[in-house]
Write a new protein. Structure first.
Lengths: 578, 585
């Protein structure tokens, strides 16, 4: 909350002026019953037509003043709310940029997106309504009470009582039903999920003859929802009758007391009418206030969720050293990692060394830890045992920007961003000129992609790169990584969409790069790694073989098994599928 | 013409709604009656209060006897009106939610028996939104809206009558001035519409950027692209700030403006009223009653104009739901189903003719005989009818003519459930229900023991994956597989079949995204599983095809060649040609 006010300070003027003008509007409204009292007492009772016209004019004036005040208030409220939430969006987005891979895994991308969009919008609504109504409603309610006191103390006591009772009823019901509404919401979510499941899984459900089970499950969820709805309905439908009951009874009491006061001469008829009118204003504002509180609670919850994220600092500590210039030697020294406590380790006791210019192949089944292994080099994750070293120094010692600047990675999923081919390639190195972009594209076998597109480097890329085929995307992402002339190049199963000839040409051109990066190739195909200087065979996170293709065929049964299976199917790949 | 059609479909929807409401008809009638009483009583109160105020003129001039009688009447009115209002609210809830529950139940039951041809032709999201949001809109709009509409109209009519009895002149003034606030509100919202459109398109642009960047945050980190992303974000953010401010501000003018108009109406009533009082046409109490009517009178107007669109919307929603409920079900199971005595897995198809679309024939004359224990590999290009064959074997679709028999019994003479219990199926499109890993595996056999589950998982080589998940077999998985890789999802599908192990297997060689090594293990497990079982395999891999007892070479919906690998090679037909062109280098 203090965090909230710290950043709200920028809008101090709006935060004061908005509610102030709102109060002014309320004040003009509160004067209306007094004018009516005057109309009755001075105009009608005194048979004074001029006073009647005067009062009518005053009423119109109050309406106009109230309108002006409230428009001004709306303006300031909107400015503060929108300004604050734009600023919040900026801060949150910028904060997300500081999270590490582990933080992102832990938080989940969809959570972050919800925080950035839905939650911030809710905060914006909350601030806007809060500035407009939070002061106005209590002001009207208590203002009416105070005005009542100025008219007649004895009658005003009725106001005190009725406000207390109405307050209890309205807030009791609205706040009390919040958890019930939540239950209805989740009941509805369950019904939705069950329906969706039954449609998307219809073949499996029918194949396993589970229709009746599904029906009884649905009926259970549906009945639960109906019960929850009826439950909350019982309370909400009591609210209107109950409040009107209390208010009307209070009015009866007011008139009865007022009759005696008028009879003894301490109150006029006009004043009694004014009191009656004040009573009417209370209820409307109380209901508004209670609804506002619900909105504000929701906004506060969203605000808390956002501030939870804002308070998380990156779980990865940045290093201080700069990477030494020149060629690098990479070594894994008894490396183990587990993603969360209690889970089985994803990698165990991995050791190997790669000299400058060497190519390392990493092969293994799904979930064997291949991607995890290469992610440790640019410190996307930190090891939980052993160390990853560059030139003998632990990668955790280096500044992240320095370390990652030296690594070119081509991820498994070839993702391009909205923009142009050029803007995507510049990700690798914002300062690169066109000649080096073309050079990288040539090495990545992506020149013909550029040739095929009318505008070359300026060809627009749609969101997710959907106007490019999988193979084209893959080659462009390889080019993107090469643009920075990486000292370590990581290809994470990134030739899977390439045909055999392109794959071979790519491997050849990577070997003849004018600079000599350590190249790590992750693959499921022995054909992609067989020419590597060293191949690591992973099985369930353990390195079960290390050596050249020929050595492994001799010594490693797992490798041999993979190779033989692929030999048998090598030609069948893609063949009969078409 | 179109309008009349729309109208008649709305009438039809309304009639269907009434069939659902009919069982609750007494509730509805009672609720409307209570509603009417509430409106009359609550309108009576300001009049009685006005009369009461007329009893209190000045010091020493108070008519206490009359006042007390009046107050007694007011209290009676208040009590009765509050009670009636509450009761009618409860009745409405019961009516609404009960009807909604019945409709949802019927719709869900219908989904279970709708033919797959219907379900396949419709996006899932569409049907879900019919079942959930349409039913909700319908409930809110039609049932709640109806009572609101009813009491709104009653209030307006009642108020007019009551006001007319007090003073026709002032009534006329109120009657003319009130629609002004409606007009102002509509004027502003039509003007702000453009700003809102700009706001929502800019917001959409920003959301797309957030989706793209935060969704690929890891890539941004990998390329140290944080600063550039932030700049891009800020550019959109400042545009959004500007247009949001305009949209929010201008739209927030609606309330003050209508309040302003109402305040002017109030002033006019006060002025004209007071002058009428002076002229002797009205009492002060009458003026008080008028002023409180003037305050209340605008409310039902605003409500009703909203409710009418809502009612129309609700009827449209109802029509969409009934379209689903009234859709024709698949042919029911026979009254006296035949049961094969013991299923050995002998499948035969005789002269099957089938197409999804009558005008485009697909399978014209398909015959096939698979003895118990036969391994049938189905080979052919996309669209040759492989998936269709599965649809027919499982009776997801029925052929237009021809006979399918399982162990001599026509499959359309037995219950669908009998047929399907005897077939295990692994499709290429994996589908997993939401639940824990254990629940997913036991989907077809909820009563399976822990040992059986683990044994099945070991057999499909899923056990070691599962153990490495945060909570092992108790790890919850979202519908559609959640964060599981495609490979693991397929393993779970295979495990699910391993657990049930029926005499016939249908395997859509679901191997495209499982890595070769894992697949090798699965193939071995499959081989063990297929021992003595009739299996139909949509095959892509040479090893699978070679090991099959019968290869069905399909083309354009028909089996063009049938036989073992060696036989077909010897025949030197299309299979041999395909084999040489694609499997040999």
């Amino acid at each position: 909350m203090s965090e909230f006010w710290k950043h709200m300070r920028k809008y101090r003027k709006e935060c004061i002026l908005g509610p102030a003008f709102k109060l002014l509007e309320a004040l003009f409204e509160l004067i209306v019953p007094l004018i009516i009292a005057g109309l009755v007492d001075n105009g009608i009772r005194m048979n004074n037509t001029a006073a009647v016209y005067g009062s009518g004019g005053l009423l119109a004036l109050m309406a106009a003043l109230g309108f002006a005040a409230s428009v001004t208030a709306q303006y300031f409220a909107a400015r503060a709310a929108i300004g604050y939430s734009s600023d919040l969006r900026h801060r949150l987005f910028s904060h997300i940029q500081s999270f590490s891979y582990a933080d992102l895994d832990h938080l989940g991308v969809s959570t972050l997106i919800t925080r950035m969009t839905g939650d911030i919008n809710q905060v914006q609504t909350g601030i806007n309504l809060g500035l407009r109504l939070l002061l106005r409603s209590p002001f009207v309610v208590f203002g009416a009470m105070i005005m009542a006191f100025t008219i007649d103390t004895r009658s005003a006591l009725i106001f005190v009582g009725v406000i207390a009772v109405l307050f209890l009823i309205v807030f009791g019901i609205i706040l009390g039903t919040v958890p019930m509404h939540r239950k209805v919401r989740s009941g509805l979510d369950d019904v939705t999920a069950a329906t969706r499941e039954n449609l998307s899984g219809v073949r499996v459900i029918r194949a396993f003859v589970q229709e009746d089970t599904q029906i009884s499950r649905f009926d259970r969820l549906n009945d639960f929802l109906t019960r929850a709805q009826l439950h909350v309905g019982r309370w909400t439908s009591a609210m209107n009758p109950l409040t009107f009951l209390v208010l009307d009874l209070a009015i009866v009491l007011l008139i009865r007391t007022g009759a005696f006061r008028v009879d003894e001469g301490s109150l006029s008829q006009g004043q009694l009418i004014a009191l009656y009118n004040y009573m009417g204003q209370i209820l409307v504002e109380l209901v508004k206030l209670a609804n506002l509180i619900v909105t504000l609670t929701k906004s506060a919850a969203c605000g808390r969720r956002i501030s939870d994220i804002m308070q998380l600092s990156s779980s990865m500590k940045d290093g201080t050293a700069d990477l030494p210039p020149g060629d690098l030697t990479l070594s894994f020294d008894d490396v183990s990692i587990r993603y969360s406590e209690g889970a089985d380790p994803s990698l165990e006791h991995i050791s190997f060394t790669a000299a400058p210019g060497e190519t390392v192949g990493i092969i293994g089944g799904t979930g064997s830890g291949k991607t995890t292994l290469v992610h440790l080099i640019p410190r996307f994750y930190d090891v939980t045992g052993g160390s990853v070293r560059l030139e003998g120094q632990d990668v955790r010692d280096f500044r992240l920007s320095s370390l990652r600047g030296a690594v070119g990675i081509v991820p498994q999923h070839a993702v391009l961003f909205q923009g142009t081919i050029r803007s995507n390639l510049l990700w690798g190195n914002p300062d690169a000129d066109d000649a080096s972009l073309m050079e990288a594209a040539a090495a990545a076998q992506a020149l013909d992609v550029l040739d095929k597109k009318e505008k070359g480097l300026d060809e627009p890329v749609e969101q997710g790169g959907r106007n490019f085929s999988g193979g084209q995307r893959q080659r462009l992402t390889i080019a993107r990584a090469l643009v920075r002339r990486p000292r370590i190049l990581i290809l994470d199963d990134s030739a899977s969409a390439l045909d055999y000839a392109t794959d071979a040409a790519l491997r050849k051109s990577l070997r003849s790069l004018p600079y000599h990066p350590i190249t790590l190739i992750v693959s499921q195909r022995t054909s992609s790694v067989r020419f590597a200087d060293r191949i690591l065979v992973l099985d369930d996170g353990v390195c079960v073989g290390q050596g050249t293709h020929e050595q492994l065929l001799e010594t490693c049964p797992v490798y041999r098994e993979i190779h033989e299976a692929q030999q048998a199917d090598a030609a069948a790949e893609g063949g009969m599928k078409s | 013409m179109k309008n009349r059609e729309k109208h008649s479909s709305q009438m039809q929807a309304l009639r269907r709604v009434l069939t659902y409401v009919r069982p609750h008809m007494p509730l509805l009638m009672l609720s409307l009656l209570l509603n009417l009483l509430t409106v009359v009583l609550s309108l009576l109160i300001p009049i009685l209060i006005g009369r009461g105020i007329d009893c209190i003129l000045a010091a020493g001039n108070v008519d206490f006897t009359r006042l007390l009688t009046l107050l007694g009447q007011i209290v009676a009115c208040i009590g009765a009106s509050a009670l009636f209002q509450w009761l009618s609210g409860l009745l409405n809830n019961r009516l609404t939610y009960g009807t909604v529950r019945d409709i949802r139940q019927d719709a869900f039951r219908r989904i279970q028996v709708l033919p797959l041809s219907f379900l396949d032709s419709r996006p899932v999201g569409d049907t879900v939104s019919r079942m959930v949001s349409d039913v909700d809109t319908f409930a809110d709009g039609l049932l709640m809206g109806f009572t609101q509409f009813f009491s709104g109209v009653m209030t307006i009519i009642g108020t007019l009558i009551f006001m007319l009895t007090l003073s026709p002149l002032i009534t006329l003034a109120v009657f003319i001035l009130t629609p002004l606030s409606l007009f102002v509100a509509r004027f502003i919202s039509s003007r702000t519409y453009r700003m809102f459109r700009l706001q929502s398109s800019t917001r959409g642009e920003q959301t797309a950027l957030i989706d793209e960047t935060v969704g690929n945050q890891k890539l941004i980190l990998a390329f140290s692209h944080e600063q550039a992303s932030l700049e891009q974000f800020d550019e959109i953010n400042s545009r959004l700030e500007e247009c949001s401010l305009k949209a929010t501000f201008f739209s927030s003018l609606v309330n003050p403006s209508t309040r302003f108009v109402n305040a002017l109406v109030y002033a006019a009533v006060a002025l004209i009223g007071a002058l009428t009082v002076l002229a002797g046409g009205l009492s002060v109490g009458g003026l008080t009653s008028f002023l409180s009517y003037a305050n209340q009178y605008t409310k039902p107007f605003n409500e009703i104009s909203g409710v009418i669109t809502e009612l129309q919307n609700a009827l449209a929603c109802a029509a969409r739901i009934f379209e689903l409920i009234d859709e024709e079900a698949q042919t029911p199971d026979p009254d006296k189903p035949e049961e094969p005595t013991s299923v050995m897995g002998h499948f035969s198809l005789e002269h099957i003719r089938f197409s999804y679309d009558e005008s485009r024939p697909l399978i014209t004359d398909l015959s096939l005989n698979a003895a118990p224990g036969t391994r049938v590999a189905i080979v052919g290009p996309t669209g040759c009818g492989k998936t269709t064959l599965i649809n027919l074997l499982m009776r997801f679709y029925d052929p237009q003519s021809g006979i399918i028999r399982l162990d001599g019994v026509r499959t359309d003479a037995m219950r669908r459930s009998t047929l399907r219990r005897n077939i295990g199926m692994v499709l290429q499109d994996t589908w997993l229900p939401a639940g824990t890993i254990r629940e997913i595996i036991t989907f077809g056999r909820p009563e399976a023991t822990e040992e059986e589950v683990i044994a099945a998982a070991k057999a499909s080589h899923a056990h070691s994956f599962i153990r490495r998940l945060p909570q092992g077999y108790d790890t919850p998985i979202a519908e559609g597989g959640g964060s599981l890789s495609q490979g693991l999802q397929q393993l779970l599908c295979i495990t699910r079949v391993m657990l049930a192990l029926p005499p016939v297997l249908i395997l859509d060689e679901a191997t495209s995204s499982i890595d070769i090594r894992t697949e090798q293990r699965i193939q071995k497990a499959f081989a063990a599983m297929m021992q003595g079982r009739t299996s139909f395999i949509v095959a892509h891999r040479l090893s699978t095809i070679k090991n099959a007892d019968i290869i069905l070479m399909m083309k354009d919906g028909n089996v063009i060649e049938q036989g073992s690998h060696e036989q077909l090679l010897r025949n030197n037909g299309s299979y041999a040609a395909l084999y040489r062109s694609q499997f040999e280098q």
